[in-house]
Design a protein around this ligand. Structure first.
Ligand SMILES: Cc1cc2nc3c(=O)[nH]c(=O)nc-3n(C[C@H](O)[C@H](O)[C@H](O)COP(=O)(O)O)c2cc1C
Length: 198
């Protein structure tokens, strides 16, 4: 029997029951409908200190400076077949929590000691990714660089992005629930993420 795919969702909104969280639930419902096992991590509930750029993880392959919740998250990320990153748009960019999380992925980089411009990813191959962001302003220009800020680091680690979208024009908590088309888009994105793994 084929093992169930494991989809890990990372919600980077500081707001409990916010729009990012609501859409994450829809995406993961879609993934579950395709038979996947899903898990959501709310970064706001974790203790993840910011990278201090000591570069010690280049040698130790792990962060020895901060023994915090990122240690477990790195193991979960290695195990995941699909990774969903969701962030609110904060000042045209990802939230501060998402940025701290992404910087702490540095132990997944293996650098050539002879030439630090050469490296390869220690994140196991064939992972697929889905990224999305939620913003208040309906003008897509106000989303700034939010998708790039998640797409580029995931791709750099060898994770292929199978879908991405911006939910624009939402402010109040759970405002996205009023937009049926968006909810369907989120559900389908979860379905397609799992389909891309089969
Ligand atoms: C500090 C801060 C900065 C924001 N910057 C933007 C922005 O640049 N563009 C935008 O469209 N919305 C911006 N917003 C609005 C949020 O993205 C919006 O309220 C969204 O629904 C938040 O998602 P959440 O409900 O998951 O927290 C900002 C909100 C905050 C608190």
């Amino acid at each position: 029997m084929q093992q169930k795919h494991y989809i890990l969702g990372i919600n980077a909104s500081p707001r409990k029951n916010g729009n990012t969280e609501t859409l994450m639930a829809k995406i993961l419902t879609g993934a579950k409908a395709q038979g996947a096992t899903t898990e959501t991590v709310h970064l706001r509930n974790l203790r993840i200190k910011q990278c201090l750029a000591c570069e010690g993880c280049r040698v130790s392959r792990t962060c020895r400076l901060h023994i915090d919740d990122m240690q477990v998250l790195l193991v979960q990320l290695k195990a995941a077949d699909g990774i969903v990153l969701g962030s609110p748009i904060h000042n045209y960019n990802i939230s501060a929590r998402m940025k701290i999380f992404i910087d702490r992925l540095y132990p997944f980089f293996s650098f050539n000691p002879e030439n630090r411009r050469e490296w390869h990813s220690l994140l196991p191959p064939r992972k697929k990714g889905l990224i999305y962001a939620v913003g208040e302003n309906p003008n897509p220009k106000q989303a700034g660089v939010v998708l790039e800020a998640m797409r580029l680091p995931l791709e750099t680690l060898g994770c292929e992005i199978t879908g991405e979208f911006i939910a624009a024009g939402f402010f109040e908590k759970q405002a996205v629930l009023k937009d049926e088309a968006l909810l369907e888009q989120a559900h389908n994105a979860g379905v397609n993420l799992v389909k891309s793994l089969i």
